[in-house]
Design a protein around this ligand. Structure first.
Ligand code: SAH
Length: 278
């Protein structure tokens, strides 16, 4: 009985604070044999990029399900499906079997309005950072408002590439001892999933209200493509000598977190420039 009570408490906590955008449970994805009580955060997805060891996929799935997160996306995994993924997942085989396998990170990010990337080390161009606790609170509050949220994890050997990290609004680093900063992939998934559940149990409140929904990763990606093309057209950007122009512009617009209306205004503005320069 205790576990039923606990489940109910966690489920309620995860779905409170729904404000500006209503969470539509009828369209929320829930892997077929997982009930809404198991999938506490139906608009949160964990994305693993080019995982080499299938055992780590299973470990990540177990870590997720323990914390009530069930939507797993795999970008171009080296070996999948694989028995080792099922073995390591223990009782989270359903999360593994329901994983969505895609070829590119862009496909995995389709529809996502908050994208958080993970990194074990500092990158050359600093990005807005969250610590794991703030990350958990942000993910929890935005999903409670109905946003699609992605937590992105990198390759065991090389992490995420810079161009992948540049698709994110925030980066999260899990603090470690100085001698060894790289966690096992499944462990990193565990820490961040735990913080999402913890935020829900702590009754974190959603504060920010906005009139228009946040643009999705694919809308923003099309905008960046259009922006780059236009900057080349007007002679401001030389793709042969790009320096860090597009990286800095990406960082600026990801920091602003464009809403859908702002993206369409910017696209219209660029189209007007394109016509003048024809
Ligand atoms: N050698 C790689 C680390 C890969 S570990 C590198 O230097 O980037 C595999 C993945 O686990 C990482 O891409 C990240 O998603 C996650 N991870 C491992 N340690 C982490 C840490 N300290 N903080 C945040 N994520 C971490």
């Amino acid at each position: 009985m205790k576990s039923e009570f606990y489940k109910e408490r966690v489920f309620k906590a995860a779905h409170t604070n729904i404000s500006s955008v209503e969470l539509d449970m009828s369209t929320a994805r829930s892997p077929s044999n997982l009930s809404p009580e198991d999938n506490l955060f139906p608009t949160v997805r964990v994305i693993l990029v080019e995982t080499s060891h299938p055992g780590n996929i299973g470990a990540a799935a177990r870590a997720m399900k323990n914390m009530g997160i069930c939507n797993l996306y795999l970008v171009n995994p080296t070996q999948f499906p694989h028995d080792k993924a099922i073995w390591r997942s223990a009782s989270a085989g359903d999360v593994v079997r329901n994983a969505v396998v895609v070829d590119t990170l862009d496909e995995a990010l389709e529809g996502c309005q908050l994208v958080i990337g993970t990194s074990a080390r500092d990158r050359r161009i600093p990005w807005p950072m969250l610590d794991p606790k703030d990350c958990g609170e942000k993910v929890f509050t935005e999903q409670a408002q109905g946003a699609e949220v992605a937590l992105v994890f990198g390759r065991e050997a090389h992490g995420l590439k810079n161009e992948e990290l540049q698709k994110c609004h925030f980066h999260v680093n899990i603090p470690t001892g100085k001698a060894y900063s790289s966690l096992n992939l499944g462990m990193a998934v565990q820490v961040l999933s735990y913080e999402v559940l913890q935020a829900s149990l702590n009754g974190v409140k959603a504060t920010e209200q906005w009139d228009v929904g946040p643009a999705s990763a694919d809308e923003v990606e099309h905008y960046f493509g259009h922006l780059e093309k236009t900057l080349v057209q007007i002679g401001f950007h030389d793709p042969e000598n790009p320096r860090q122009l597009m990286t800095r512009l990406r960082r600026m617009f990801n920091r602003i977190r464009l809403d859908k209306m702002e993206v369409s205004i910017m696209r219209g503005f660029l189209t007007a420039i394109n016509k003048k320069y024809k």
